[in-house]
Write a protein that binds this ligand. Structure first.
Ligand SMILES: O=C(O)CCC(=O)C(=O)O
Ligand SMILES: [Fe+2]
Length: 318
């Protein structure tokens, strides 16, 4: 039976940078990437900006319905802006959450003649609230830099050259502010899903709880809050470029019953101009470079990949 997990491992970002502890921490990271697809990242140095941002969320969500409608996502071809409570469905059920979506600042509006995929990269719609724009921009700059460092550490833990994944980064990443109001016991905050369009997610959750991940035995495992940490998970974009070896894990949020849950996920974007052929070629190349003694690589080339982006026959033999 495939190795599975009963809790989400903790990886210490500071220890990944200390020459004395680096190798030990890299092997924890490797195990988390291969077996769980989720980990807590602690000691990131972003605790200050994360705390300051959480402090501002209640007032942003308390803006008038008109102020929020003014920046409704419906106006944005890039799916950026506000989504009201109950407007989103996951796994055929309504999610009980309200959210603001932002993208990496500086994107130009799509123009006739631009490639069609570029419509997904566009300018933000900020709520009309003092300090909202600079806060979002500061958060994105900081977390984007952490995310890029993290991806290099992932390459290292897989024994790949550190820059292996650099060229897969997209022009635009996404940041969300999310509010889950209290609801009846067992209600769906967000239904079971895998994060899709990017490489990795970096989530800051408050102390309300409710996040769960699905292990390979079909059990839901709690991801209780650890103060100051980020919960990091693999997205399907990364799963595709690693030929299914590093798989995205299904997760969900059970709505809180007594207090509001606020969370801040950041989705590191993948390049949107990759063709399927380029993706297959680079995935085969990456899988090929992961040491042959590795069990998971053997599985990736031996058996059909159920959750990968393509069939086993596309991979080179080890
Ligand atoms: O809000 C959370 O804690 C998780 C959100 C999530 O999984 C998502 O938006 O993809
Ligand atoms: Fe998610």
């Amino acid at each position: 039976m495939a190795a599975t997990f009963s809790s989400v491992p903790v990886v210490d970002f500071a220890r990944l940078h200390d020459p004395v502890t680096k190798n030990e921490e890299l092997s924890k990271l490797r195990e988390a990437i291969f077996v769980v697809g989720f980990l807590y990242l602690t000691n990131t140095g972003l605790e200050g900006i994360i705390e300051r941002t959480h402090e501002r969320l209640p007032e942003l969500f308390a803006l008038s319905p008109e102020a929020k409608e003014d920046c409704n996502m419906i106006n944005s071809p890039s799916f950026l802006g506000y989504t009201r409570l109950g407007a989103e469905t996951t796994a055929a059920k309504t999610d009980l959450r309200e959210q603001f979506d932002f993208g990496t600042p500086g994107m130009k509006p799509w123009m006739e003649g631009d490639p069609f995929w570029q419509r997904l990269e566009g300018p933000n719609q900020y709520p009309d609230h003092v300090g909202a724009k600079p806060l979002v921009e500061e958060y994105i700059i900081n977390i984007d830099s952490l995310a890029q460092t993290f991806v290099r550490l992932v390459a290292e833990c897989l024994s790949l050259p550190v820059d292996t994944f650099d060229s897969f980064k997209g022009n635009m990443s996404r940041l969300k502010f999310v509010k889950y109001p209290p609801a009846a016991q067992g209600s769906q905050g967000v239904g079971p899903h895998k994060d899709s369009a990017g490489l990795f997610t970096f989530l800051s959750q408050d102390d309300a709880g409710g996040l769960q991940v699905l292990n390979k035995n079909g059990q839901w495992i709690d991801v209780p809050p650890i103060e100051g940490s980020l919960v990091v998970n693999i997205q399907q974009g990364f799963e595709a470029i690693t030929g299914g070896i590093c798989a995205a894990t299904t997760h969900r949020v059970i709505a809180p019953t007594t207090k509001t849950r606020y969370s801040i996920p950041f989705f590191l974007g993948v390049r949107l101009d990759l063709t399927l052929d380029q993706l297959k070629e680079s995935a085969a190349h990456i899988v090929h470079r992961i040491p042959t003694s590795d069990d998971r690589k053997k599985r990736a080339v031996d058996v059909p990949i159920r959750r990968g982006a393509f069939e086993e026959s596309d991979l080179e033999p080890p």
